[in-house]
Design a protein around this ligand. Structure first.
Ligand SMILES: Cc1cc2nc3c(=O)[nH]c(=O)nc-3n(C[C@H](O)[C@H](O)[C@H](O)COP(=O)(O)O)c2cc1C
Length: 191
């Protein structure tokens, strides 16, 4: 089997977001694996309007060129690592909009979560798991979070994500679970 293709999706689009640093950290660990290839996906590169379609593209194909480009792009991946911030106890509006702009492209793919926030982004991840199930993804059990004092130090620039050494084995366990599901689903999609 050729290597699995995994997107690392940054949920936030603010110019001074923590999300980019977090995604680059996940990629730095992930790129040590030989079974999966990773690509950071920045929603800023896909300036989707707030959802303005006739219906979900499960039912009516999109005519919007940015939406078509987004759907075509994400369709190529076998799984996704969502690097998610928590905005008012949930995921960012930008990520929810991007998720809504596709349907079959997400189906039967594996999903994993790396989050950050005062409570570790745990509430955002819980919402995101639910959304992913509706989109027929398979969320893996193990997620990784940066919380409390560590998160505030990252947010204020006092430490970098890569300085939090305890994260690496946790990310590795998450990737191991993602690999298993992404591989199983890739095989199953071929049948
Ligand atoms: C609109 C908004 C709402 C937020 N709500 C929460 C929240 O509910 N829980 C939390 O832990 N942090 C919250 N925060 C703080 C974010 O966790 C923090 O700003 C983080 O850096 C956001 O991710 P980003 O830098 O990638 O945009 C919020 C920030 C913003 C801008």
């Amino acid at each position: 089997m050729s290597n699995l293709k995994i997107a690392i999706i940054i949920s936030s689009t603010r110019s001074n977001r923590v999300g980019l640093q977090a995604a680059e950290y996940v990629e730095s660990i992930a790129s040590k694996r030989s079974d999966m290839n990773f690509e950071i996906v920045d929603l800023r590169d896909y300036p989707l309007p707030f959802f303005d379609e006739v219906a979900s593209n499960a039912f009516v194909p999109s005519k919007n060129p940015v939406a078509q480009k987004w759907q075509h792009f994400i369709a190529q991946f076998d799984g996704y690592v969502f690097v998610t911030a928590e905005y008012n106890n949930s995921i960012t509006a930008a990520l929810k909009n991007a998720l809504d702009y596709a349907y079959p492209e997400w189906n039967r793919k594996a999903a994993a979560y790396f989050s950050y926030g005062s409570a570790g982004g745990a509430r955002a991840v819980q919402h995101l798991r639910d959304i992913c199930i509706e989109l027929q993804m398979a969320p893996v059990r193990h997620s990784v979070l940066i919380q409390g004092a560590d998160f505030f130090k990252v947010m204020t620039g006092e430490v970098k994500v890569k300085d939090l050494e305890y994260l690496e084995p946790l990310v590795n366990e998450m990737l191991e679970q993602l690999s298993w599901w992404a591989k199983a689903l890739k095989e199953a999609r071929k049948k």
